[in-house]
Design a protein around this ligand. Structure first.
Ligand code: IPD
Ligand code: CA
Ligand code: CA
Ligand code: CA
Length: 266
């Protein structure tokens, strides 16, 4: 039976607001900060408690639905069949810790691998980007009509400067791309940066290493305004494995894929 998407959308919004309020409250007190793989990979008890809150709400309201979150509160997800919620409880944890702003809750709800509902919620700015498959993209419930296509030389690209200094095979391609576009920005939250492309605040966003919870919500937003998100070689993003990600306005996408692939097979 097809899930009741209107009810799920309403429910998800209620939980996002509630989780956002809990996060704002948590910021008024000290919280625990741990490093995961290294000093640039942080997690706090607020990341964990926020993910646990969503898992608890979803599993008690919709016991047949499945869940994938960054902090691993649910058992490992190996299949996309049925209804799957993919959640990053805090995207931009480094910003959360250092700036107490510029982070978001990211959520994508999928039916058999197809994106149905996407949410990126900037808790501090109280800005909710959300999309309903086939119905469009909304910012605080106001519909976003369309994005403006721009050529590469007029485009603003979201990109982390770390990717330019590391000695990896794509360094030259990325430097040339930065030299060819109008400008770059780095906000430190992949989900927000994808939402900014979808709402025309940027033209593209590129990352060499993202996980499904980073892009699940953002990809659904982009799809509703005719933008594209893929791996660097143009292939479909996986919802179970991590990898590269390039998203942009649709006309710019092939240019970016060509630039990123340059020399890849030589
Ligand atoms: C990170 C942010 C960041 C991106 C990293 C992600 P997190 O997510 O999206 O902008 O550059 O690759 O891991 O760990 O803050 O949820
Ligand atoms: Ca993280
Ligand atoms: Ca993330
Ligand atoms: Ca996170």
């Amino acid at each position: 039976m097809e899930p009741n998407w209107i009810e799920i959308e309403k429910q998800a919004k209620t939980w996002l607001v509630e989780a956002g309020n809990k996060i704002k409250k948590a910021l008024e007190q000290p919280f625990t900060i741990d490093a995961k793989s290294g000093p640039d990979d942080l997690v706090t008890d607020v990341d964990k408690s926020t993910e646990a809150y969503f898992y608890q709400q979803i599993s008690s309201t919709y016991p047949t639905h499945h869940f994938l979150g960054e902090e691993g509160v649910a058992k490992e997800l190996t299949s996309l069949s049925g209804t799957v919620w993919i959640i990053d409880p805090i995207d931009g944890t480094m910003n959360f810790v250092h700036q107490q702003q510029n982070f978001a809750i990211s959520m994508g709800v999928f039916q058999d691998g197809v994106g149905k509902l996407g949410f990126v919620y900037d808790v501090i700015k109280n800005e909710l980007f959300h999309a309903v498959q086939g119905e469009g993209l909304f910012v605080n419930d106001k519909k976003v009509e369309s994005v403006k296509e721009r050529p590469l030389e007029e485009a603003i690209i979201g990109l982390n400067a770390n990717w330019l200094v590391e000695n990896h095979p794509l360094q030259t391609n990325l430097i040339e791309l930065v030299q060819s576009c109008r400008g770059t920005r780095s906000y430190g939250s992949a989900a927000l940066e994808m939402a900014y492309v979808a709402t025309d605040r940027m033209d593209a966003y590129i990352s060499l290493n993202l996980s499904p919870w980073d892009y699940a919500g953002g990809a659904i937003l982009l799809n509703e305004v005719n933008c594209l998100a893929s791996r660097f070689d143009g292939s479909t993003l996986s919802l179970l494995d991590k990898g590269t990600m390039v998203c942009s306005k649709s006309n710019l996408h092939q240019t970016l894929v060509d630039r990123l692939q340059k020399g890849a097979s030589e």
